[in-house]
Structures are given as structure tokens and as C-alpha cells.
Design a protein. Structure first.
Length: 582
């Protein structure tokens, strides 16, 4: 069973209240993404971020015109020049290390260009062929793979998952046999988001263990009634498809890689797109992941740090690709399943099935401008279904510890855009690039750009406020808590003092911790200072607790989905409370 408490005003052993910090945390939890949502630029994939957001003031926007049936203008001439200049300007303004952008229109590639650098402080540029990880956009590849297998009669959308993965189960025994392949991609089964259980456990998870671990996740909503984004279940859906394709059920990772290559990547013409870090490293043109420290400064991350945790759930976010090859993917989507070379990859009917609206998202905040309020209305199958001025819009973003991506297209408008970046938490950049493109193609005034400054300023103020609340480490206060700890869901972590800094180590990464202080100087919790965790969303905090038995413990806390409140993962010591060697 999951070993955490989800009590929004809970008390942990020793009567240490661990969630009274809500007001101080509100401006700091998921700041970049939350500000994006509050201003209406897009949909956060973690509902708890929305719940802790202080709405960002934004200029009053006009009424969105009805664009139903209106053909986009061609991206040529002045529009093309304006779009290229906009991308370059926003990249610099927002400090994104590098990006690759592709636009597909009327079956052809209308724009294809790299911006910035593959790694900060190094001159190699991002190009249209640079490999970057696309994160959760991989989900749409997994649902497309499944659609090809439905075409082939290897499975059906309503095939029970247990028929393909006998070890699959959820906590509700009656629900287990009812969950289907379609359900795995629907984000509406009642399984909540539990990403930290992947990120902090990279060395002990395998694809097979991910499938069996789903049974230990609590169901927090009725089946089919609420949007909840669970990466483990999407991975199970991709692995089930791989078994249906003939893969070995005891080697799910390899089975998925082969099925994706043979049924999706090769037919579309994406020879360099890969799940393999070995392939990426062997390629001369690949980007380095970057994440921000608490001050907002980007730092390169080791490739393994962004890879190890996601490998066991590869169908949900593991794919690397380039803007050039992603353009071919969008051409295939807009071509109703026909690849750029004319080969049919998937039937139009089953491709359309992946776009169809499913569970509804919560309504956007009332201050969301009309230009963006309808962008994300329902989750589909590995895609998000929405509208822009009445035109159907299909999209999905992706985010790993060091990359962010955005793919958006208008099926009836026959236009799509790909934005890949080598910076974490850059959904705002991808969204404004996409929206500015649509403004140019439909000859709309540049309203979106006017909304951006208050969003960025609000996020900057909130991060600055958080930094002002951080105090120095008191070695005497933290020394009793030093040592190794374990939690059955998050694995093992270590706390150590090193040259006066409190260091947290887990899952292959290290970060300094600093105390966040209340107005009276009381320690509320400890915040991560270093990448990749410092600005990761949903945020993670550390609490020091003294139990009624006098034993020193720690707990990690993070916002839960929707009404879950705060998730509290208690850890117990596994070693002597002494300063371990770095």
C-alpha cells in the first residue's frame, strides 16, 4: 500500500503540523506552470498546481472571433519573418537554452529551424536535426501504436489490460478486469499522479515492476469521472500494446521499443528518433538537458539524470526526436494516418479515435482570456482536445527533468507546430510560440504577447518572495536528522552536512536544502535549492519530525491531485544518525 498520508491539515507523530504552510507556499508551488494556467496560456497537467495558484492579473482581452471554416493564411513572406523573429526574441527573453521549431501546413513543412545552443556555455547550435527528448508527447506515439494494432486485429480498444498483462491490477479488485487498453490512455480511471515514486526510484524500477506496482496506488476518484494524469498506467498501456504486437511479456521495455520502431517510427520515416540513450550519445547532434536552480539560473544536467527514471515508463515519455522528424509525425497526423511518403501508417478511423474528447478538464479560471480558455477542454487518448476560435485543436505537452515540448495541430485547418526545448519547465515558451503562430495565420492582433509580461513578472515575484523566506542552516538543529532514510514508495534518501550545507541525496541527484521560515522565524519546511528539483513541478518539500517515541524522522511532502490535499511520505532511519561521507 502507498505509505503516505493525504490529509490537508494532518498532524504527524509528535504533533508536528506539516501543512500549515499553505499560504506561504501558494506562490511557490509550480510557479511557472501555475502562472501559465492562471493567465490562460494552457492547462496544467497537475491539478494541485492550479489549486495553489494566486491568480495572475492580466490585461483584458477581446472577444475571440469565430474561425470555424476559416482557412489559415500561408506562413510565408512577412508572416514567416515575424514568426522567426518572435521565436528568437522569446527564447532570449525567457532564457531558454535552445529550441527547435517546425511548422507543417497544407501537407508540407513550412518552417524548420533551430535556435539557441545544445548546451549553455558551449557554441554548438540547436538545429532542425538536434535530438531532444519529447517527454509526454510520447503518449500520443503509444496511442498511435495501439491504433495500428487495432487496425491489424491484434487487440481492440476495449481489450482488458489483464488479457495482455496478467500481472496488471489496481487496488480495486472489481475494477481490474474492467480496465481496458483505451482506459490506459484516458487519464480518467481514478489513479492519481505519482511521479515522485518514479523520479526517486530509478535504480529499482523495471517496466515489469511498474506494471505490478500500480496495484499499490490508491484510487482517489470514481472511474471515468475525473481527469487524473497517471504515468504508470499509460506505460502499462504502451507495454500491453507491445505484447499484442508479439513482444515478450517478461521483457516489456525491449518489446515496446521494437513495436514502436516497426509500427510507427519506420513507417513514418523517423530513423533517428529513439528510446535509447546509447543511440542518442552516439549521435553527433543531440542536446543536453537543463534545469533551473531556485534563482532561475539554468544548469546542464547529466544525461543519465534525465534518463534513468523515465526508462521504466518509456511509453509515457521516453522518446527522443528532432524537429525535422517530428514534422513528419505531424504530417502523418494531419494526413489522417498517411505518412509523407504516401504509406498508410494507421487507418483514419482509429487515428481519429485517439483525438476524440474524453474526460473533461476542470473549467479554466474565470480570469482566463477568451483567446486561451478553450485550448484544453478534454483529455483524449494521449492527446488533449480543445479549440481555437471554434476550430478543433489537438495538442499535448511534454516535460522531463531537463526538456520541455509542445505539439499542436488544427485537423481541419491543416496546420501544426512542434516546439522542442532543452530546458525544464518551459511550457510557457512552447505555448506562446504556438499561440503567436495561430495569431499570425489567422491575421489576429498580437493579444497573446500582451499577456506575457504580467505572467513572467508575477512568477518572478513569487520566486523572489520564496527566496526571501529562506534562512541559514542551523547545524545543531539538523544534526539529529542526518543519515539514511527509507520509504517503501520513494526508496532511500540520505541527509548529510557538507561544508556547512545540508545536502539531500536520492535517485542519483544531490541538492542543497535551506529552511523556509515563517514570519516569526519558525521553520516551515526545507526547500530544494539545486536543479533538477528546485523548480520542478509539482514541488517537493522536506520536513523534519520528532516522533512521540523520541525518534527523529523526515517526511517528503508534495501537492496531490484535486481534492487529495497534501501527500506526506514518511521516512524511517535505516542507518546511524551520523554525518555520512559525501
Amino acid at each position: 500500500m502507498e505509505n503516505f498520508r493525504s490529509d490537508h491539515d494532518g498532524v504527524y507523530p509528535g504533533n508536528r503540523r506539516v501543512s500549515r504552510r499553505t499560504a506561504l507556499r501558494a506562490g511557490a508551488a509550480g510557479l511557472t506552470t501555475s502562472a501559465l494556467v492562471a493567465a490562460g496560456f494552457g492547462r496544467s497537467s497537475t491539478a494541485a498546481e492550479d489549486a495553489t495558484t494566486t491568480p495572475t492579473a492580466s490585461p483584458t482581452s477581446g472577444t475571440m472571433p469565430d474561425l470555424t471554416g476559416v482557412a489559415p493564411l500561408p506562413l510565408t513572406g512577412e508572416r514567416l519573418a515575424a514568426f522567426e523573429a518572435y521565436v528568437a526574441t522569446k527564447l532570449a527573453e525567457m532564457g531558454v537554452p535552445g529550441a527547435a521549431v517546425a511548422v507543417v501546413q497544407d501537407g508540407a513543412v513550412a518552417f524548420l529551424q533551430g535556435f539557441g545552443v545544445r548546451e549553455i556555455d558551449r557554441p554548438a547550435p540547436v538545429t532542425a536535426d538536434t535530438l531532444l527528448r519529447i517527454g509526454s508527447v510520447t503518449k500520443s506515439f503509444s496511442s498511435l501504436l495501439t491504433a495500428t494494432l487495432v487496425d491489424a486485429g491484434r487487440l481492440g480498444w476495449e481489450t482488458p489490460l489483464v488479457d495482455l498483462l496478467p500481472d496488471f491490477a489496481v487496488a480495486n479488485g472489481e475494477l481490474t478486469p474492467r480496465l481496458t487498453v483505451r482506459d490506459a490512455f484516458s487519464a480518467s480511471t481514478g489513479l492519481p499522479r505519482r511521479d515522485w515514486e518514479l523520479i526517486l526510484n530509478p535504480d529499482r524500477l523495471t517496466p515489469e515492476l511498474v506494471v505490478t506496482s500500480i496495484a499499490e496506488l490508491s484510487l482517489t476518484a470514481p472511474y471515468g469521472e475525473q481527469y487524473q494524469y497517471n504515468n504508470q498506467l499509460v506505460a502499462a498501456g504502451g507495454f500491453a500494446a507491445a505484447v499484442a504486437a508479439g513482444g515478450a511479456p517478461d521483457d516489456l521495455g525491449r518489446a515496446y521499443a521494437i513495436a514502436l520502431l516497426e509500427r510507427v517510427l519506420e513507417p513514418i520515416g523517423m530513423p533517428r528518433s529513439t528510446l535509447s540513450l546509447t543511440d542518442v550519445v552516439a549521435d553527433d547532434d543531440h542536446a543536453t538537458p537543463h534545469a533551473q536552480d531556485l534563482t532561475g539560473t539554468f544548469h546542464p544536467l547529466p544525461l543519465l539524470e534525465d534518463d534513468t527514471w523515465i526508462t521504466p515508463v518509456a511509453p509515457t515519455g521516453g522518446l527522443w526526436s528532432s524537429a525535422r522528424e517530428m514534422a513528419r509525425y505531424v504530417q502523418t497526423e494531419l494526413g489522417r494516418g498517411i505518412a509523407p511518403d504516401g504509406a498508410r501508417v494507421v487507418s483514419a478511423a482509429n487515428l481519429e479515435r485517439t483525438w476524440q474528447p474524453g474526460v473533461a478538464f476542470p473549467p479554466p479560471p474565470p480570469e482566463a482570456p477568451t483567446e486561451t480558455a478553450s485550448l484544453a477542454q478534454h483529455y483524449a487518448l494521449g492527446w488533449i482536445s480543445g479549440a481555437f476560435g471554434g476550430q478543433r485543436l489537438v495538442s499535448h505537452g511534454g516535460a522531463t527533468l531537463g526538456f520541455t515540448s509542445q505539439v499542436t495541430f488544427l485537423p481541419e485547418g491543416d496546420v501544426g507546430v512542434v516546439v522542442l526545448t532543452n530546458g525544464a519547465e518551459q511550457a510557457l515558451f512552447g505555448n506562446v510560440v504556438m499561440l503567436r503562430l495561430l495569431e499570425l495565420l489567422f491575421d489576429l492582433p498580437p493579444t497573446i504577447d500582451a499577456l506575457l509580461p504580467p505572467v513572467l513578472a508575477g512568477a518572478a515575484r513569487a520566486w523572489s518572495d520564496l527566496q526571501a523566506q529562506l534562512g541559514p542552516i542551523d547545524p545543531a538543529a539538523v544534526t539529529p536528522y542526518l543519515g539514511r532514510y527509507t520509504n517503501p514508495d520513494l526508496g532511500e534518501v540520505t541527509l548529510m552536512l557538507r561544508e556547512g550545507e545540508l545536502i539531500f541525496a536520492a535517485g542519483g541527484f544531490h541538492s542543497e536544502l535551506r529552511p523556509q521560515l515563517d514570519a516569526d522565524g519558525t521553520v516551515i519546511d526545507y526547500r530544494f535549492i539545486d536543479p533538477p528539483v528546485a523548480r520542478y513541478s509539482p514541488p517537493l518539500m522536506v520536513n523534519f519530525l520528532e516522533g512521540a517515541d523520541g525518534q527523529f524522522r523526515i517526511a517528503l511532502t508534495t501537492p496531490g491531485d484535486f481534492a487529495e490535499g497534501e501527500l506526506v511520505y514518511p521516512f524511517v532511519p535505516v542507518g546511524a544518525a551520523a554525518t555520512p561521507a559525501p
